[in-house]
Write a new protein. Structure first.
Length: 620
């Protein structure tokens, strides 16, 4: 699987762009703090402003950025964001005051917020579902390697090129990343057409959260994921202070502990790229417990002999980093698999917003707890809360499993019945409102199901409409077959169908189908769908006429294909006109009799064939 993944050129360009960009991010971060803290001697409040400008855009714009990633070309969004970030970094390099740095940092954070959900969505487009785990694992390996290599390389480059030179190199990294992205050839993303995007733009900004809430395991996973980020930020932001207070501890030892955490993350990335993951996310029960116990151990072990501390602490920090990635990769993989391609932007935009908020809260909470209660107690509170989270998530998942166990066994028949229930509900909504105005939420409400249940079957209203048409067509083809077998003469079968057409007009379903089909000239996928459907309809009626020829009932003077084409086009035209014109102007009965007159001339049935149509039951 891995071998074939790295034959995917688009994926290679994507992770190459990610590698260059990630290293540039760390170079930028080191250069930024060198500029503000060392060169300009900024005070703690000013440094807090730097952190706020970096994380606030993701919190504020994560969901809208996800909406953009689902509506527009993701590769273009990512390339544009990289070019914009290149400009922002150059702006910082030429800034002469702190407020200018704040402005450029805020815009840099904004374009990063746009980039992130687009990247998650593009990853899903270029990689198949069977390779998504390996792809996410590889992506996490790059992220975690950059965390280890980036600060070291950044410090070295600053010493060689100076602070401005480091910013220039970072700008170049964004520029190169944008160029690499242009080489990606992603499959065309099926447009979400209006489902919650074009008609309900304000509602769609919360679509990601509502989608995640529709899957209990994803909702639990999101809570665990964000809480673990919060706990990790509390410990990371105060780790240096905790180690500083240990007797005889050195800065070198502290750096080893931080590095061990990074190596733990990297190791988990490698391991969870290969391990087969299910959908139960058992790691959500284990990983917070490991992280919590690690926080408790380092907080209570500060009084141990320094030799034991130097042997144990790096191992504990390693496990803490490992436990975090142990939760991240399985959660990301499951979200990617459960989320339709047309919604990955909004879903990952929501995750980005909430996780960044957790980062900010974690940093602020870590400083506040350490100031109020001391750093050791801050670690204890963080560790205890995370262990409690592990217990709560285990109980919640057990209850969910219990509910699933007590529910009726979900057989293939049950799944098919549920799908048909959704399609029947969707058809009612389409017939009431037309195709264009209908949203996924309309169908959820009509069917009386959760959004998560609906998305298990369909990604958008486009898929649902096509499924409704296919289901209706299946019934129609069966009806045509039964029609032939239930009549002695094929002419009588045709007349029976003509009568059905007459009695069913106007038909709300027919006009909805035409509303949907009329724009197929500019939609290749929709055009192919209707071409296939038209071919199948032609085959059904052609088989009917061929049976008449076989029985010696018909003696056609034109090719049967031509006659069938004419019949189908007349019927289609009548269905359309019956909805857009007054019934008396359309004169359905008269036109059907005119079709009979043509068929008598074209098919040459026996002399008993009657062109008059039975119109005892009025239309409608």
């Amino acid at each position: 699987m891995k071998h074939s993944l790295f034959k995917n050129h688009s994926f290679l360009f994507l992770i190459s762009a990610q590698t260059v960009s990630n290293l540039g991010d760390w170079l930028h971060l080191v250069a930024l703090f060198a500029l503000v803290a060392f060169k300009w001697h900024a005070d703690p409040i000013a440094m807090a402003g730097i952190t706020l400008c970096m994380v606030l855009p993701s919190i504020l714009f994560g969901s809208p950025a996800g909406w953009l990633a689902d509506r527009f070309n993701r590769k273009v969004l990512m390339s544009f964001s990289d070019f914009a970030r290149c400009g922002c970094v150059l702006g910082i390099a030429f800034s002469v005051s702190l407020w200018q740095v704040y402005i450029f940092l805020f815009f840099l954070g904004f374009f990063s917020a746009v980039f992130t959900p687009a990247e998650s969505g593009l990853l899903r487009q270029v990689v198949g579902e069977n390779q998504i785990q390996a792809a996410i694992g590889t992506s996490e390996m790059i992220n975690n390697s950059a965390k280890i290599i980036g600060p070291v390389a950044g410090g070295a480059l600053i010493s060689l090129t100076g602070i401005k030179g480091a910013f220039y190199l970072d700008a170049i990294s964004f520029f190169l990343s944008a160029l690499l992205l242009f080489e990606i050839k992603a499959p065309t993303l099926q447009s979400p057409v209006k489902s919650d995007l074009e008609h309900r733009e304000k509602v769609s900004l919360t679509e990601g959260f509502r989608f995640l809430s529709g899957f209990p395991v994803l909702k639990i996973g999101l809570i665990v994921f964000c809480t673990m980020i919060l706990a990790l930020q509390i410990s990371d932001s105060q780790a240096m202070i905790l180690i500083r207070d240990i007797k005889n501890a050195t800065v070198h030892f502290a750096s080893w502990c931080i590095a061990a955490s990074g190596f733990g993350m990297l190791t988990a990335s490698v391991l969870f790229t290969k391990i087969k993951l299910g959908e139960k996310l058992i790691t959500l029960k284990i990983s917070p417990a490991i992280l919590g116990l690690g926080c408790i151990m380092v907080s209570t072990g500060t009084g141990w002999p320094i030799g034991i501390i130097e042997a144990v602490y790096p191992c504990v920090f390693f496990l803490m980093g490992f436990s975090f990635t142990m939760a991240v990769i399985p959660f990301d993989v499951l979200v990617q698999k459960k989320t339709p391609e047309t919604h990955t932007g909004r879903v990952f935009g929501t995750i980005n917003s909430l996780s960044t908020l957790a980062v900010l809260v974690g940093i602020l909470l870590g400083g506040s707890l350490s100031e109020w209660f001391g750093v050791r107690l801050a670690f204890l509170i963080s560790g205890g809360t995370t262990c409690l989270l592990a217990a709560v998530s285990a109980i919640a998942m057990k209850k969910q499993k219990g509910r699933k166990f007590m529910s009726p066994r979900v057989s293939k028949q049950h799944l098919e019945e549920r799908k048909n229930h959704i399609l029947d509900a969707a058809k009612r909504v389409f017939e009431r409102k037309g195709y264009e105005p209908v949203t996924m939420q309309d169908i959820v409400k009509e069917a009386g199901i959760s959004r998560g249940n609906l998305y298990q079957y369909f990604s958008n209203t486009e898929e649902i409409m096509q499924a409704v048409i296919e289901k209706n067509d299946d019934s129609f083809y069966t009806y045509i077959q039964d029609l032939a077998s239930s009549h002695e003469k094929v002419w009588d079968a045709i007349q029976a169908y003509q009568k059905v057409v007459f009695q069913s007009l106007p038909n709300p379903y027919g006009i909805v189908m035409y509303e949907y089909s009329v724009t197929r000239w500019r939609n290749p996928e929709r055009k192919a769908f209707f071409q296939k459907r038209y071919t199948q309809a032609m085959k059904s009626f052609l088989a009917l006429l061929e049976e008449g020829v076989k029985q010696g009932e018909f003696h056609p003077v034109q090719p049967l294909e031509t006659i069938v084409n004419f019949m189908v086009n007349i019927w289609d035209g009548l269905i359309l006109m019956a909805h857009v014109e007054e019934p008396e102007r359309v004169a359905v009965g008269g036109q059907l009799e005119a079709l009979n007159l043509y068929l008598i001339q074209a098919l040459r049935p026996d002399e008993n064939a009657d062109w008059h149509l039975d119109t005892k039951i009025e239309p409608g």
